[in-house]
Design a protein around this ligand. Structure first.
Ligand SMILES: Nc1ncnc2c1ncn2[C@@H]1O[C@H](COP(=O)(O)OP(=O)(O)OP(=O)(O)O)[C@@H](O)[C@H]1O
Ligand SMILES: [Mg+2]
Length: 271
């Protein structure tokens, strides 16, 4: 597998003595499912946002598809961002618009600002959006307004919008934090099958260690802006979980063996 993304000694400084990230280095291979775990305030969201430069890193290098991203100017940056889809905890949909309209917004990065604003999409783009919605089990909701959907359905719209971008990487910031366990499983199964069936890499911030263990090829543990663990789920021992979360974590997982990467049960066909 080829390397898609590499962070090398990335730091982000906010205040004079306040480092949200310090010397963060890791890489993500094509088609890999990588989870980032760590306590609140550890720097997980900052890390994801530095990757597509929603936040400017203060130091270090970030290479995406072999290209240094930190020095890209506007036009190249826009182009780079089309290769990176974002999925958010609160979905970030336009609630009064239909499902298909929201999904097509994922194509805006490919338009010049004028045609984009006029909402002109090609037939091929509409077909693609419909295919993706069918694959995510949302075919019958295509023309519904988003404010009529459940949280789990909204998040699938969010994933569809990211996928029509034709990305190489999905960055997901706590995609299941607002969902119940059943909807969470559906979303995680979809994200997993996006890696295995479409070869897209998924980098996901999670608060649930058991979910990270279940779905990930590798797990990155962050504490106070530093990577304190980077390895396979099998290597994440109870001691290491304590090290990531600190002593206040308690017994996060009683029996780790129950949560080792299981086969995902849902299967979807992507065109
Ligand atoms: N715009 C900002 N200005 C100053 N400090 C910030 C800013 N954004 C984040 N921080 C600080 O950077 C650190 C990392 O924040 P970040 O949001 O990345 O953490 P997180 O791991 O995503 O937390 P959570 O699990 O609660 O979402 C925190 O100490 C936070 O207070
Ligand atoms: Mg966060």
């Amino acid at each position: 597998m080829t390397t898609l993304l590499t962070l090398d000694k990335v730091s982000k400084q906010y205040g004079r003595d306040s480092w949200a990230l310090k010397d963060v280095s890791f890489s993500v291979k094509s088609g890999a499912f990588v989870s980032i775990i760590g306590p609140s305030g550890a720097g997980k969201s900052t890390m994801l946002r530095c990757i597509n430069r929603m936040i400017e890193p203060s130091e270090g290098s970030i290479q995406f598809q072999g290209k240094e991203t930190t020095s890209l100017k506007r036009k190249e940056l826009r182009q780079m961002r089309t290769g990176i889809g974002m999925v958010f905890q609160h979905f970030n949909l336009v609630e009064r618009l239909s499902v298909i309209e929201n999904v097509l917004h994922g194509r805006l990065g490919y338009k010049n600002p004028l045609t984009g604003a006029l909402g002109i999409y090609t037939e091929a783009e509409k077909r693609e959006a419909q295919e993706i919605l069918h694959a995510l089990g949302l075919g019958e909701f295509m023309f519904k307004r988003c404010d009529q959907l459940s949280g789990g359905q909204k998040q699938r719209v969010g994933i569809a919008r990211a996928l029509v971008q034709n990305p190489k990487l999905l960055l997901c910031d706590e995609p299941i934090a607002s969902l119940d366990p059943n909807a969470s499983k559906v979303i995680m199964d979809h994200l997993r099958s996006i890696t295995t069936k479409m070869g897209i890499s998924v980098l996901v911030n999670l608060h649930q260690v058991d979910v990270a263990l279940n779905y990930s090829d590798s797990i990155i543990g962050v504490n106070r802006g530093k990577i304190v663990f980077n390895g396979a789920p099998e290597q994440l021992t109870q001691d290491r979980i304590h090290h990531i979360y600190g002593s206040e974590a308690g017994e996060l997982i009683m029996d780790l063996s129950e949560h080792r990467r299981g086969e995902t049960t849902t299967s979807y066909e992507f065109g």
